[in-house]
Design a protein around this ligand. Sequence first.
Ligand SMILES: *[C@@H]1O[C@H](CO)[C@@H](O)[C@H](O)[C@H]1NC(C)=O
Ligand SMILES: *[C@@H]1O[C@H](CO)[C@@H](O)[C@H](O)[C@H]1NC(C)=O
Ligand SMILES: *[C@@H]1O[C@H](CO)[C@@H](O)[C@H](O)[C@H]1NC(C)=O
Ligand SMILES: *[C@@H]1O[C@H](CO)[C@@H](O)[C@H](O)[C@H]1NC(C)=O
Ligand SMILES: *[C@@H]1O[C@H](CO)[C@@H](O)[C@H](O)[C@H]1NC(C)=O
Ligand SMILES: *[C@@H]1O[C@H](CO)[C@@H](O)[C@H](O)[C@H]1NC(C)=O
Length: 838
Amino acid sequence: MFLNLRVIVLLSSMLDLSLGTSGAAGVSSTDTLNDVRRNITDGQTLVSAGGSFTLGFFSPGAPDRRYLGIWFTASTDAVVWVANRDSPLNNTTGVLSINSAGTLLLLDGTGNTAWSSNTTTGNTLSSSAAQLLESGNLFVSDESAVLWQSFDHPSNTLVAGMRLGRNPQTGTEWSLTSWRSPADPATGDCRRAMDTRGLPDCVSWRGTAKKYRTGPWNGLWFSGVPEMASYSDMFTNVVVVRPDEVAYVFNATAAAPFSRLVLSEAGVVQRLVWDAGSRVWNVFAQAPRDVCDDYAKCGAFGLCNVNTASTLFCGCVLGFGPVSPEQWSMREASAGCRRNVPLDCRRDDGGTTTTTDGFAVVSGVKLPDTDNATVDMSATLKECRARCLAKCSCVAFAAADISGGGDGTGCVIWVGDIVDVRYVDKGQDLYVRLAKSELVNKKRGNMLKILLPIMVFLLVLMCIFLVWMCNFRVFQFFLLGMRRNKDIQAKTMLGGASKELGDENIELPFVSFKDIVTATNDFSNNNMLGQGGFGKVYKGMLEDEKEVAIKRLSKSSGQGVEEFRNEVVLIAKLQHRNLVRLLGCCIHGDERLLIYEYLPNKSLDVFIFDAASKHLLDWPTRSQIIKGVARGLLYLHQDSRLTIIHRDLKSSNILLDVDMSPKISDFGMARIFGRDQQEANTNRVVGTYGYMSPEYAMDGAFSVKSDTYSFGVILLEIISGLKISLLHLPDFPNLLAYAWSLWKDCKTMDMVDSSIVDNCSPTEVLRCIHIGLLCVQDNPNTRPLMSSVVFMLENDSTALSTPKEPVYFAQRNSEAKETGENTSSSMNNMSLTVLEGR
Ligand SMILES: *[C@@H]1O[C@H](CO)[C@@H](O)[C@H](O)[C@H]1NC(C)=O
Ligand SMILES: *[C@@H]1O[C@H](CO)[C@@H](O)[C@H](O)[C@H]1NC(C)=O
Ligand SMILES: *[C@@H]1O[C@H](CO)[C@@H](O)[C@H](O)[C@H]1NC(C)=O
Ligand SMILES: *[C@@H]1O[C@H](CO)[C@@H](O)[C@H](O)[C@H]1NC(C)=O
Ligand SMILES: *[C@@H]1O[C@H](CO)[C@@H](O)[C@H](O)[C@H]1NC(C)=O
Ligand SMILES: *[C@@H]1O[C@H](CO)[C@@H](O)[C@H](O)[C@H]1NC(C)=O
């Protein structure tokens, strides 16, 4: 059976060969150059036995630049290796041949060598052959000796079985170098190599500047790339440490899809995995992945935390403070931190160390740069601690290998400064040396933690005793006092102006109409902040000089006092960083007023659509705004006890606080305007043209997915700086059509707002737009839930599905278009048309 197969393969390859030599245009499919066939010309190819890889000539950019390379057959853009990357041929007269000495030669039309594998030994070899293996390796051998292989000379791509590392004995290095541009494979500025000093660590360089490191190998993954664990069932990651080789290799399991690690022109390494079903490359991981991955961003003894945008991500390791607080305030943290209290350590002539220092553990971090660290893989953590303590210059230590579980084994000792530390998921413990006084403070805190419960317990016992003693009388008196206190609290919260409406359980202060009239200067137009579908909003100053925004609801709600009060109390309980806080309310006759916290920065639309202000929102800020809105919305949908569908989410409903973090306003309005509308399939449509999902606008059917849609629209607005409705592009009915068209033509970057395009990370922006397009898909079932949106936004490495074309809406009524900002609230009289395509 097997024999037969082999014969067939042989026969067919001979057939192909005869076709090739007889000059049939470009048809050739053997995988070998040998005595029978010594060369291939432009147009001919070598194809690996299983068909996975093809070797041949190609032009990624201008046709007068021809390169010899190997690509993944199913996706010809996926070039894994290029021979003559720095010396392109200018026409199609190139020939690749193998000479009698086993050297591969790429010759141009005149017979000059454009590239050579340089393996010549001078001897004529009997049976040298070059074979393109199914792994993608071009392998030159003579009988059993390996003469040369392309895997030893990586371009910008690492595939399974290739090494990234070096041979410490000969100095030979296997490293990735970026292309100059997607159309030019010439050696670019960026390099990814393995740093073998200290613990093995992969480092990205741009020129001579270190830009990123993966963190040291910890036996399981690189300390800063815990996502490697997430695909270890498909690709096993190994770091080989031998006298003649220190290298990272990944190996694909039998059923795993094809994967490649590519170093982009910008210095970003992505792990791309081929999804053969949908024929797309999914991004499994990317490095660097966020601001904290910038090498040494926070300087010596700095500690980077991606979750602290408000303090610009940088902090200091416990026991340290910024060297220069002025510089930190100017966004310049690279000077780092210095010790608050000097260490106390002396070493006498006899070699004995006297010290009172101790260690504080910094948990969950990517370990610092180990270039100048000492490593001993055989020590235990306990020995490590003792060694560090005995060495006055030692500032920190950590376990070198955590693959065995527990606290880990092995010992890394840092002297001098520690740099490039960040918090990371599944991070390791770093033990930092501190003076005794710094540690005592902490211990006292711990003591308090232990003592506090005991004290509370004693207090409770005493109370019970007292109650029993006084036969409940004291207790009753006590309760009475408590209740009075609470009333006073509620009253004083808004300047003593509250007027209770009965029930003691109300947590929300009610403010009298008189106070509101005073606060807003009798609803003067000067105090008006804006006007929306639900009413007008005024700025007010309550008696305690507290600035608030007061919303005077339009009188159409038709809701009873009790219902209204219940809804307001419910909504006041929704509290989240990204929601505007409801502080109080007022009912007076048929007036209904809501009192909100006041946000001085106005709403998002004021910034993004205004040529003069849009530069105030740079890409990182916009990205934070997008994420904030998503989190706020997720809270409304899921995290609060009830599901609130916003139904009128739009950029003018996103307010910005002083540090430009977003807060969603007007949520719960649909509830306040009557519970009956909560039924699905209601006819009453509350929303704003352009932001309304098709099923909601057409059928009045809403769900959390209608909010997802509105979110998608806002996301695209934030990135493009273009309004959904008022787009001055004659070819497109609206922003969605425009975005889709660019996406389809792979020109998505064209839609990015000109004020951010120069300073943003294209990968981040493109991913964001991709997510936006997923949100605005026509079918609500294919739109992601906000929980997935938040997840996709916060995890750069998760794969995204391919969006479907959105349906475009435009209003027939051009007058309505001009006032498209206004909220519509109408019964079945929507004048909407669905445009066919573009
Ligand atoms: C390529 O090989 C063919 C025969 O195998 C030979 O006729 C031709 O001269 C070779 N071309 C070069 C450039 O070596
Ligand atoms: C390639 O370069 C040679 C000179 O090196 C020139 O004579 C020839 O015309 C060029 N061919 C093309 C297609 O540009
Ligand atoms: C192709 O380029 C080579 C030099 O690179 C040149 O000598 C040759 O004339 C060119 N051939 C054609 C057909 O342009
Ligand atoms: C081969 O050797 C030549 C001369 O030493 C050198 O210029 C060339 O860059 C080498 N090529 C490769 C692929 O190493
Ligand atoms: C890689 O995987 C193949 C099977 O898929 C196995 O034969 C080989 O030994 C593995 N190599 C390493 C270094 O794990
Ligand atoms: C290692 O030491 C050298 C020489 O003192 C210094 O230039 C370099 O910055 C140090 N590297 C790290 C990561 O601390």
